[in-house]
Design a protein around this ligand. Structure first.
Ligand code: HEC
Ligand code: HEC
Length: 465
């Protein structure tokens, strides 16, 4: 089985190298835009979904009584709607003690704190019984539909046959809220991989972050577990999201998130010298490069090669764990973060503890906090020369970058042209070099930045969004 996985990865790499020109014909999609190849009806669903994702709810719509914010997009905002941010939520609980396991303090409103309320009388607080609190920053939903479409069997095979003896990822088996009696499936979303589908996440986030009840989770959260207070302040009939199935607000949120394109990457996967080093020091043992999606409801999401740089499994991260138990995810276990789009993150790790300095400072610090199963890889990275570490950082800086987007702000505008112009070579006899500056303009990967590339730049020109 191990050989089989390796073979399929190298086949994909071979396909990329031989088929690179064909692959590079279509320009990549900017973060936050719909996936390539959606039908008109699917694009319409994306647009309706985006409207609901941006919608700011108020108490009359069902917001609260307790909530964290009033729209999905308030937290999922960077570099585009659907993305990540430094907004965080707080989890609390009572740590395991002797024979007593971790207690999520459900009856006191745990484990998620809601920091806002429609009335000061229902304001939640961390109860004095809690002795563990953990901040969790907002991860990105960009590309989530493709991640959802990775077959369970692929992730289970990775868990059963780890790519290296240093790591042993665990598939977090969870129940889908939309199929509560169905078989358990492999979770992949959330810091503990506690959710398997965007519909479940939408139902759960609707309730937990905004207090919008829906058919999947019809009961409001009582402030610190106080049902009497809830009865006084919860005046909108449940479920608050009460349209017919398929047109509910949670269906719209699901559509928008699932139909988002995958983050771009430039130069392409498998070409930069820093990626070779990333593989060599064992980062890719957890931040797994390549998957092929299975059957999704939309053809545009099915059978696609994607590069999320995560195995979506839980790993014992030692001192980096957040102390919270969620489902099968224990105190020290965290899901491998998907690194696609990481160049736009200025707050790293689950609690955002890495949050200032240049991109290379952020990366070096984030790696420095890797522990447990990742300790060997961290040490190998730290043993690299500064020049080699810089190559790994340059590779990570390609995750989320569009071809032609020299200033890296998720568009192709005239400021980029100002920087691109001096890189124009015209037809040249050169060969493709992913580490060279001019590669940003070599969209067909033929070793030059010529008129063919220029034509593509014009077609892909977005202006400032
Ligand atoms: C207060 C900020 C906030 C709001 C509002 C919010 N989220 Fe989130 N979102 C988060 C945080 C924090 C996480 C990580 C949760 C965890 O794992 O504990 C998250 C995780 C997610 C994920 C998983 C992404 C991944 O790759 O793991 C999805 C999907 C998501 N939210 C969707 C939504 C939707 C849909 C809404 C609106 C109903 C919403 N969120 C509202 C903060 C927010
Ligand atoms: C044993 C598995 C494992 C290995 C090996 C590993 N990582 Fe990670 N990585 C994780 C997990 C799990 C997280 C999330 C940890 C958290 O936030 O608590 C993470 C988070 C990150 C983040 C932060 C992403 C974000 O959005 O917050 C970066 C950057 C990162 N890893 C880079 C690397 C690099 C570079 C290497 C190689 C030197 C590496 N990792 C090796 C498992 C691993």
């Amino acid at each position: 089985m191990k050989t089989k996985l390796i073979t399929s990865t190298s086949l994909v790499v071979a396909a990329l190298v031989t088929g690179s020109i064909a692959q590079a014909q279509e320009l990549q999609v900017r973060m936050g835009e719909p996936a390539h190849g959606l039908t008109a009806a699917e694009l319409n669903r994306f647009a309706l979904g985006k409207t609901q994702f941006k919608r700011q709810f108020n108490a009359a719509d069902g917001l609260g009584p307790i909530f964290n914010d009033d729209s999905c997009a308030t937290c999922h905002s960077t570099p585009a709607i659907g993305g990540a941010s430094n907004k965080f939520v707080t989890r609390f609980g009572k740590a395991a003690n002797g024979p007593n396991p971790f207690d999520a303090l459900d009856s006191l409103g745990g484990s998620l704190l809601q920091v806002q309320a429609i009335d000061p009388n229902v304001q939640e607080f961390v109860p004095p019984q809690a002795d563990v609190t953990a901040s969790r920053v907002t991860p990105s939903a960009i590309g989530a539909g493709f991640v959802q479409a990775i077959p369970d069997a692929t992730l289970l095979a990775l868990a059963a046959n780890p790519p290296s003896p240093n790591v042993s990822g665990i598939a977090h088996m969870v129940t889908k809220l939309e199929d509560p009696l169905g078989p358990q499936v492999v979770g992949r979303f959330g810091w503990k991989a506690q959710v398997a589908t965007m519909l479940t996440f939408s139902g759960d986030a609707g309730l937990m972050e905004m207090g919008i009840t829906n058919h999947l989770v019809p009961t409001e959260q009582a402030p610190n577990g106080n049902g009497a207070l809830l009865a006084v302040f919860d005046t909108v009939a449940d479920p608050e999201d009460n349209a017919p199935v398929g047109q509910r607000i949670i269906d719209r949120w699901d559509d928008f998130q699932r139909l988002l394109a995958v983050p771009p990457q430039w130069p392409p996967q498998g070409t930069m010298s820093g990626e070779v080093l990333f593989n060599q020091v064992g980062c890719a043992d957890c931040h797994v490069t390549t998957f092929v999606t299975g059957a999704a409801p939309e053809a545009a999401l099915s059978g696609k090669v994607i590069h999320p740089y995560s195995d979506f499994l839980l790993h014992d991260m030692g001192s980096l764990g957040d102390g919270i138990v969620q489902g099968q995810g224990t105190e020290k276990e965290m899901r491998t973060s998907a690194l696609w789009g990481v160049r736009f993150r200025n707050v790293l790790l689950h609690d955002g503890r890495v949050n200032s300095g240049s991109f290379s400072t952020l990366i070096n610090q984030a790696v420095g906090f890797h522990d447990g199963e990742a300790a060997a890889s961290r040490n190998a990275y730290q043993a690299l020369s500064p020049a080699d570490q810089a190559k790994v950082v340059a590779f990570l800086d390609s995750l989320g970058r569009l071809e032609f987007d020299v200033d890296g702000d998720n568009d192709r505008d005239d400021i980029d042209w100002f920087f691109l112009k001096p890189l124009f070579t015209g037809p040249a006899a050169g060969s493709f070099n992913a580490d060279a500056a001019g590669t940003i303009g070599d969209s067909d990967l033929d070793g030059d930045f010529d008129l063919a590339d220029f034509g593509r730049y014009q077609r892909g020109f977005t202006g400032q969004p």
